[in-house]
Design a protein around this ligand. Structure first.
Ligand code: 13P
Length: 252
């Protein structure tokens, strides 16, 4: 059986100045220093990446960006390239978060280029997918997930699939306090794994599938115990060092 190391990643979204990020990381590091068998990442805004890489050096906490452009450089005002993230020693990048898709026009087509661009740059991608409430009610969850996963992974060679973590984030559970039922999270995660297996069975067993959407210290354990859920992408609760450390501690 494949042993997948769980990943707990905190997506700060547009929160924390550098000073606030420093306060957070000083509070977090001692709280997660003894956590075992779990990978921990924070995803600060671009402006705090360099400071967080410096402050986490030698610790178990990795630093991921929240987005990057697919091109190496160019006339793309407001965007950041993989080389810019590499220069800062950032270790990974969140791609295709539903907020980027909804508010900033992120497309599956761009993601099909961003995912391989991240891997080629040595950045660990977390590709986010998930359905709206209306899509779930219409019975369209699997169709939506299939489309997003297949498009996002389309340009990868089979041997690259396991290097991508996929975060299942039902949009109706993001920032709403409405967490998916464990059966819903397991069903979606297993479905995503089956989609990867459609390309390569062995890679599908190694790929990490995360759940995101109102993960809190109180509900983390039951989600993280699910057989196909290999970690969490945490929004609101990742802004508080004590809560985030408690979610890391829920990995048993
Ligand atoms: P919340 O944990 O605040 O619901 O956000 C989830 C999320 O979007 C993580 O990327």
């Amino acid at each position: 059986m494949t042993v997948r190391t769980p990943l707990i990643a905190g997506n700060w979204k547009m929160h924390k100045t550098v000073a606030e990020a420093e306060d957070f990381i000083q509070a977090l590091l001692p709280r997660v220093s003894t956590a075992d068998g779990v990978d921990v990442a924070i995803c600060p805004p671009f402006t705090a990446l360099a400071a967080m890489v410096d402050s986490t050096r030698g610790s178990r906490v990795q630093v991921f960006a929240q987005n990057m452009h697919q091109s190496a450089s160019g006339a793309f005002t407001g965007e950041v390239s993989s080389a810019m993230l590499n220069e800062l020693d950032v270790q990974g990048v969140v791609l295709g978060h539903s907020e980027r898709r909804e508010y900033f026009g992120e497309t599956d087509r761009a993601l099909a280029l961003k995912v391989p661009a991240a891997l080629e740059a040595g950045l660990a991608p977390i590709l986010c997918v998930g359905e709206t409430e209306a899509e779930r009610e219409a019975g369209d969850t699997e169709r939506k997930l299939r489309h997003q996963v297949q498009e996002g992974l389309a340009k990868l060679a089979p041997g690259q699939l396991a290097a991508v973590a996929i975060a299942y984030e039902p949009i109706w559970a993001i920032g709403t306090g409405k967490v998916a039922q464990p059966e819903q999270a397991q069903e979606a995660a297993a479905f995503i794994r089956a989609l990867i297996a459609g390309r390569d069975g062995e890679q599908a067993q190694q790929a990490r599938i995360l759940y995101g959407g109102s993960v809190k210290p109180e509900n983390a354990r039951e989600l993280l115990e699910l057989p196909d859920v290999d970690g969490a992408l945490v929004g609101g609760a990742s802004l508080d060092a004590q809560d985030f450390a408690a979610i890391v501690g829920a990995v048993s």
